[in-house]
Design a protein around this ligand. Structure first.
Ligand SMILES: C[S@@+](CC[C@H](N)C(=O)[O-])C[C@H]1O[C@@H](n2cnc3c(N)ncnc32)[C@H](O)[C@@H]1O
Ligand code: SF4
Length: 365
């Protein structure tokens, strides 16, 4: 059967933040005199234009990411969600997520966001001790983070929190304390990112060094076991979920589904008129060859513990996975214990996960 994706995920990027964190290399601007209503009007127009290109799709998820989308007025969030629902058919129980920064918290914020249509709240906690929050340049306190965690687990049925670890000088017992606390809120999903010092960030200019590699590997392994014992399964390199609460939206990226992105620095991928497109906002659509798409599917799919479904890979890009990958390299990596192949899937082993970037580079070179 010809490949004809039906569903689509919608990403809304809000690139404004109250302050800039010194480790962050995402595109962002300071939210000083942001003319929010004008930007929202532009986003509503962009949605209409995307609907003209992809009219027959069913929306499975909407993700308000950032930047700091919790700075968007709830009535503007509602406008976006309503417009998406007016334009497209929406899946039963769609996932509609928003990333909130505790530094934007006000008393009725989460209730207002829920009323606007958000049904999954992801909170940027980053650290659960004051000294490390300050080190990370965060402008919220642990007290606000804790209050937000209490509130999101009361207001929403689906919730997540982000923490950054492998901070310089962080010890395993100190990290265990934070993990114990974050697990105590009954969140459905937890994202744990190892600190990376990216070029052109304040951290890079200050020559900040993350934890040494051996210590970071030990922390990663410890974290994986600690969360698994508490019923949070690692399903992607940095993402843990209770069963059935994996992020529908983010799985779209990792499994090669179609998505559109609205907002400065947002991007998309979609298949239309027998062509794969890489989309950059606003409306630059570059055709991708089957080979280019296959490479992306490999890079993204190996991030999942479940790995790459060979049938889905072939349906999407039209190439056979085991023919696309260099057989000799595949055999070497399998023999060395980094990759496992079953009749249906190819995935990185636990050992492979520790060197995933090198593994992917090797397969793609
Ligand atoms: C684009 S940010 C948006 C979240 C929101 N603006 C906030 O900061 O609360 C998504 C997540 O990426 C993670 N992140 C960003 N930069 C990182 C870095 N250099 N190293 C590790 N994690 C990082 C943080 O955990 C952050 O919550
Ligand atoms: S981490 Fe979040 S709040 Fe901080 S600068 Fe990046 S996007 Fe903005």
């Amino acid at each position: 059967m010809p490949y004809q994706p039906q569903e689509i995920a919608v990403y809304i990027h809000w690139p404004f933040c109250k302050s800039k964190c010194p480790y962050c290399d995402f595109y962002k601007e300071l939210a000083r005199n942001t003319d929010q209503d004008t930007i929202i009007a532009e986003y509503l127009d962009a949605l209409k234009r995307y609907h003209e290109i992809l009219p027959e799709r069913t929306v499975k998820s909407v993700f308000f990411g950032g930047g700091t989308p919790s700075l968007i007025k709830p009535q503007n969030i509602a406008k976006i969600i309503d417009e998406i629902a007016r334009l497209w058919h929406i899946r039963t129980n769609p996932e509609i997520s928003l990333e909130a920064n505790p530094n934007t918290h006000y008393q009725t914020m989460f209730a207002d966001l829920k009323t606007a249509g958000i049904n999954r709240l992801s909170l940027g906690v980053q650290a659960l001790n004051e000294a490390d929050l300050r080190f990370l340049g965060r402008t919220h306190t642990t007290e606000t983070a804790r209050q937000c965690l209490e509130e999101i687990t009361t207001v929403f049925d689906n919730h997540s929190a982000d923490l950054i670890y492998a901070r310089p000088h962080q010890t395993l017992p100190a990290w265990q304390k934070e993990l114990t606390e974050i697990c105590s809120y009954g969140l459905k999903h937890i994202s744990l990112y190892q600190l990376t010092v990216e070029e052109n960030t304040v951290f890079a200019r200050k020559n900040i060094r993350p934890l040494e590699e051996d210590a970071a590997v030990e922390m990663y392994e410890f974290t994986r076991d600690f969360l698994t014992e508490r019923n949070y399964n690692l399903y992607e390199v940095s993402n843990f979920a209770q069963t059935g609460f994996e992020s529908v939206h983010n799985l779209t990226y990792w499994q090669g589904g179609d998505y559109i992105g609205i907002g400065k620095s947002a991007h998309g991928r979609f298949y239309e008129n027998n062509t794969h497109y890489a989309a950059e906002y606003p409306f630059i659509h570059t055709p991708l060859t089957a080979y280019e798409r296959a490479e992306e599917l490999l890079i993204m799919g190996l991030r999942l513990t479940q790995g790459i479904n060979k049938d889905v890979f072939c349906q999407i890009c039209g190439l056979d996975l085991t023919e696309f990958i260099n057989k000799q390299k595949l055999n070497n990596l399998r023999t060395a214990g980094f990759l496992t192949e079953t009749p249906t899937h190819l995935f990185a082993t636990r050992r492979g996960f520790l060197v995933l970037n090198q593994l992917i580079l090797e397969l793609c070179s």
